[in-house]
Structure formats: structure tokens, C-alpha cells
Write a protein that binds this ligand. Structure first.
Ligand SMILES: CC(C)(COP(=O)(O)OP(=O)(O)OC[C@H]1O[C@@H](n2cnc3c(N)ncnc32)[C@H](O)[C@@H]1OP(=O)(O)O)[C@@H](O)C(=O)NCCC(=O)NCCS
Length: 149
């Protein structure tokens, strides 16, 4: 059986998966997010043996739609196409939920692609408000999950 592991990684290691899944056909610079190299940003990689097949990152960032003092933003959640719908996304996000439970953070929020909303709802996240457009990427919903309260 192939060994599956989830590790904290450097932001540069997220780029191949971000590029292939989230920024297909776009320059590699578009894979860089503001705050990627901040000390309070954490990047996660899901590996099969030594191959990275999934990534996601959490940034310290407060969203004005919520009044919790301690908030994290989830960004860049992606599983390589050939590995999607096999349970890896769920594994990765549950690992991130455990990480957040080990902190004082009260809220995780993120802008979810319309096509991924049901994935997040199955994992206990909720939509807030109406859909909105992110230029060149598409329709999104603000989503959230509470922790430690
Ligand atoms: C969305 C994504 C991260 C989900 O990861 P995944 O490994 O494919 O999902 P899983 O196999 O772990 O699915 C877990 C559950 O969610 C469901 N699911 C997965 N993707 C879904 C989707 N797009 N819409 C609805 N349900 C979905 C699965 O059927 C499964 O349901 P089950 O537990 O009842 O069997 C992944 O498909 C992906 O990278 N998609 C393209 C990029 C993207 O949209 N990223 C999110 C940006 S906000």
C-alpha cells in the first residue's frame, strides 16, 4: 500500500499543485499569494510516498463579516486532478481542522469556488451571504467554520 502523509511545507512547494489545479495556463507568478512567506502562515502538503498531490494553506487574516478576534483564512486548497474524488481532499482538510483545534483560533473562513461548496458543506462548513465574482476565477461563496468556542 502507498504511504500517505500530510506535512507542513514551504510555500514554494505548493506552487506545482496550485499551478496545475488552480491557475492552469497562467504564469507561475499567479500561484503566489500575499502573505505566503509570513511567519504565521502555515502550508500543508499531502504526499503519496514522496509525491505531493494536494496542498492547502492557512493565513492569519480577519474577515470583517465576522467579529471573532482570532480568524484564519484558508487559501489554495487543491488536489491534483487525477487524485480527486478519492478522499484526499477530506483527509487534508480534516488535518487542517485538527491543527486549528490545537490553537486558540475561533474561526476559519474562505472564499469557496461555487463548484466546491458541497465538498465543504459535507465537512461542516457553512455559506454566508450571496455569491460573488472573483475576476478570471469565477463565482465564489464566503464560507466558514467555528472552532474552540
Ligand atoms: C474540491 C477538492 C479540494 C476536493 O478534494 P477531493 O479529494 O476531490 O474530495 P474528496 O474525495 O475528499 O471528497 C470528499 C467528499 O466531498 C465530495 N466532493 C468532492 N468534490 C466535490 C465537489 N466539487 N462538489 C461536490 N462534492 C464534492 C465527495 O464526493 C466526497 O463525498 P462523500 O464523503 O459523501 O463520499 C478537489 O476536488 C479540487 O482540488 N478541486 C479543484 C480545485 C478547487 O475547486 N479547489 C477548492 C477551491 S475553493
Amino acid at each position: 500500500m502507498d504511504k500517505i502523509s500530510i506535512k507542513k511545507i514551504n510555500y514554494l512547494d505548493t506552487f506545482p499543485v496550485r499551478s496545475s489545479v488552480l491557475r492552469q495556463g497562467k504564469p507561475i507568478e499567479t500561484c503566489s499569494f500575499l502573505g505566503d512567506d509570513a511567519v504565521d502562515t502555515t502550508h500543508f502538503g499531502l504526499y503519496i510516498e514522496n509525491n505531493i498531490i494536494g496542498v492547502a494553506s492557512v493565513f492569519t487574516s480577519n474577515n470583517e463579516n465576522f467579529d471573532n478576534k482570532t480568524q484564519l483564512q484558508l487559501r489554495g486548497m487543491a488536489i491534483l486532478k487525477e487524485h480527486q474524488n478519492m478522499g484526499f481532499g477530506k483527509l487534508l482538510i480534516e488535518d487542517i481542522f485538527s491543527f486549528i483545534e490545537s490553537t486558540q483560533v475561533e474561526l476559519l473562513w474562505f472564499n469557496a469556488r461555487e463548484t466546491a461548496v458541497s465538498f465543504y458543506e459535507k465537512l461542516g462548513c457553512f455559506k454566508k451571504g450571496n455569491s460573488f465574482e472573483i475576476p478570471e476565477i469565477g463565482t465564489h461563496f464566503l464560507m466558514y467554520k467555528y472552532f474552540n468556542i
